[in-house]
Design a protein around this ligand. Structure first.
Ligand SMILES: Nc1ncnc2c1ncn2[C@@H]1O[C@H](COP(=O)(O)OP(=O)(O)OP(=O)(O)O)[C@@H](O)[C@H]1O
Ligand SMILES: [Mg+2]
Length: 361
């Protein structure tokens, strides 16, 4: 049975140092959630709190509704996988996997059956008798996975399990982890600082900065509606325009410090009042040709730089009023020609604009 996991106002201080918090989030049964953020933001601390390897300074951790703050790690029935595998070097693959079973007094035929099942799950049949040093990095990580799931844990926790692997293997193992998680149907929390990995794996992602939870949402929502500028910067690239919202002839427009005037979406609301930062993703800046350029927020721009990135073109353009903007488009011949000519028209649709308060100070 997949478990629910709840963190309620959980925080952890190491002396005076904030590790993480306060964090409130709840993970649905069978859900795959990633903790994402830069180094030191509190990802591992959060995972260690859930595992019971650290005690929260404040708040409650609940598994299936039961507060587990006082439950020691070995009684939480949680499967753990770390970056460095932490396999026992002198034990065979099978004994590494069966280790957790012996701990739970599962031995003999039953241990054999469950160990074999776990090894089949991670595609390691036939390697039972090898020692960890006789395995590749990817195979070692599979052993670590098998060892974590063999105990039928309520929750699976993984802390940057793939960061020691090269890119190709990492991508293959991402697929494997997702398959195994689906097959077992287990509630999973996955730590990574790699947004591509988080996007590939997760139902929802919790984004942390400096110990604070900035947003907990589905991948597309993080990308389209970042809650804070930090999330917008961390998840993909973004353009910022500094300026203020003004009312002209009953309509609200955003006027940049350079003087570019942008029509706002009808639902811009109170978020867009007075001085604001406005953001737009580079791939939402559309290159439009002369005839199709009717519509709002169409600007003449001078192309200052074009970078060929295989199937994409990245360009830096200066709008006629002076704002510099990054844009990304598909590498189509007509777009390439237009960008190389050095003068284009671009459109920034109102619905593609995001608003943030101006930076402090
Ligand atoms: N045992 C500890 N004693 C003191 N401070 C700690 C301890 N463990 C972590 N910290 C601090 O808590 C904060 C969060 O650390 P944490 O290990 O959770 O970060 P992380 O997001 O996992 O980073 P990384 O991506 O580098 O692994 C950091 O400022 C870190 O220095
Ligand atoms: Mg960490």
């Amino acid at each position: 049975m997949a478990a629910t996991l709840e963190l309620v106002e959980v925080s952890k201080y190491y002396g005076q140092v904030l590790g993480v918090g306060p964090v409130t989030l709840s993970v649905e049964p069978g859900e795959f959630v990633s903790l994402l953020g830069p180094s030191g933001c509190g990802k591992s601390t959060t995972l260690r709190l859930i595992a019971g390897l650290e005690r929260p300074t404040a708040g409650a951790i609940r598994i299936d509704g039961e507060v587990v703050n006082d439950l020691p790690a070995y009684r939480r029935n949680i499967g753990l996988v770390f970056q460095n595998y932490a396999l026992f070097p002198h034990l065979s693959v099978f004994d590494n996997v069966a280790f957790g079973l012996r701990y739970r007094n599962v031995t003999g035929d039953e241990a054999h059956r469950r160990g074999g099942e776990a090894l089949r799950l991670v595609n390691l049949e036939g390697l039972e008798d090898r020692l960890p040093r006789q395995l590749s990095g990817g195979q070692q990580q599979r052993v670590a996975l098998a060892r974590a799931v063999v105990i039928n844990p309520r929750i699976l926790l993984l802390d940057e399990p793939l960061s020691n692997l090269d890119l190709a293997l990492r991508q293959r193992m991402q697929g494997e982890i997702k398959r195994i998680q689906r097959e077992v149907g287990i509630t999973t929390v996955y730590v990574t600082h790699d947004q591509t990995e988080a996007f590939a794996l997760s139902d929802r992602i919790a984004v942390l900065f400096g110990g604070r939870l900035h947003q907990f949402a589905k991948p597309d929502e993080l990308y389209e509606q970042p809650a804070t500028p930090e999330v917008a910067d961390f998840i993909g690239e973004t353009n910022y325009l500094q300026g203020r919202v003004e009312t002209a002839a009953g309509a609200r427009v955003f006027v940049t410090d350079h003087g570019t005037r942008l029509v706002l979406p009808p639902d811009a609301g109170a978020a867009a009042a007075g001085p604001v930062r406005l953001a737009v993703r580079p791939h939402r800046v559309r290159v439009v040709d002369g005839t199709a350029a009717a519509g709002v927020n169409v600007f003449d721009a001078r192309v200052e730089r074009v970078v060929f990135a295989g199937d994409a073109l990245r360009a830096t353009a200066r709008l006629s009023a002076g704002d510099t903007i990054q844009l990304t488009t598909h590498n189509l011949p007509e777009t390439r020609t237009a960008l190389q000519r050095g003068a284009v028209r671009v459109q920034i649709r109102p619905e593609d604009l995001q608003f943030f308060p101006p930076p402090a100070g």
